[in-house]
Design a binder for this molecule. Structure first.
Ligand SMILES: CC(C)(COP(=O)(O)OP(=O)(O)OC[C@H]1O[C@@H](n2cnc3c(N)ncnc32)[C@H](O)[C@@H]1OP(=O)(O)O)[C@@H](O)C(=O)NCCC(=O)NCCS
Length: 167
């Protein structure tokens, strides 16, 4: 994936840096998660789910930091030469400024360095984030019926996507 110039920094504004994160970032990550995901679809993780995932040795967390605060994050997990993109979110006030793109671009660089050949993800069918994923070559490969459960027990399908890093 060719890198491209993004516009997430206004003139004179502090730059956004994408860096590896760890459990000490959990509180800020949850802050972004809770603000970014609509409650309706049951896509977001709670504190316990997020902590459990970050404790796994195969989990990778990248955070987008502006000055001292975290404005976005991506969590993935590697198994052999495959990686699963588990969760990405950007605080609403920073959305549509290229932060999500920066996070994925960074995640892909790390994945290539770690010998990953394919990345998979599951996303709620109809989530507009599909536009972002398509920019990284993700293509639909399957459907999981009733994968997400909303707060009122409504069910929502998920679409599985894959992209290859060797093409
Ligand atoms: C999905 C998300 C992480 C994208 O972050 P972002 O910082 O707003 O994305 P970017 O500004 O880097 O967008 C990059 C490109 O993807 C497109 N895109 C990203 N999110 C989009 C959305 N929700 N709707 C439409 N297009 C979107 C943008 O149009 C942009 O394309 P452009 O440069 O041609 O205009 C953010 O919208 C978010 O946190 N959503 C809520 C959580 C979520 O649904 N996560 C995904 C499921 S795990």
């Amino acid at each position: 994936m060719a890198s491209r110039q993004r516009t997430c920094e206004g003139q004179g504004a502090p730059p956004i840096a994408v860096q590896p994160g760890d459990l000490s970032d959990l509180r800020d990550v949850m802050h972004v998660m809770e603000a970014a995901f609509p409650e309706t679809y049951g896509e977001a993780w709670n504190h316990h789910q997020c902590r459990s995932m970050l404790l796994m040795p195969s989990a990778k967390l990248l955070v987008a930091r502006k000055t001292d605060s975290i404005c976005g994050f991506v969590i993935s997990r590697q198994a052999a030469d495959e990686e699963e993109l588990l969760m990405i979110a950007v605080s609403p006030e920073y959305q549509s400024q290229g932060v999500g793109y920066l996070l994925l671009d960074h995640m892909f660089r790390v994945a290539r360095k770690d010998q990953v050949s394919a990345v998979f993800l599951e996303m709620r069918t109809d989530n507009p984030a599909a536009k972002l994923y398509e920019k990284f070559g993700f293509r639909k490969i399957g459907l999981r019926k009733d994968y997400y459960t909303g707060p009122n027990k409504e069910k929502f399908n998920a679409t599985t996507y894959k992209t290859s890093l060797n093409d």
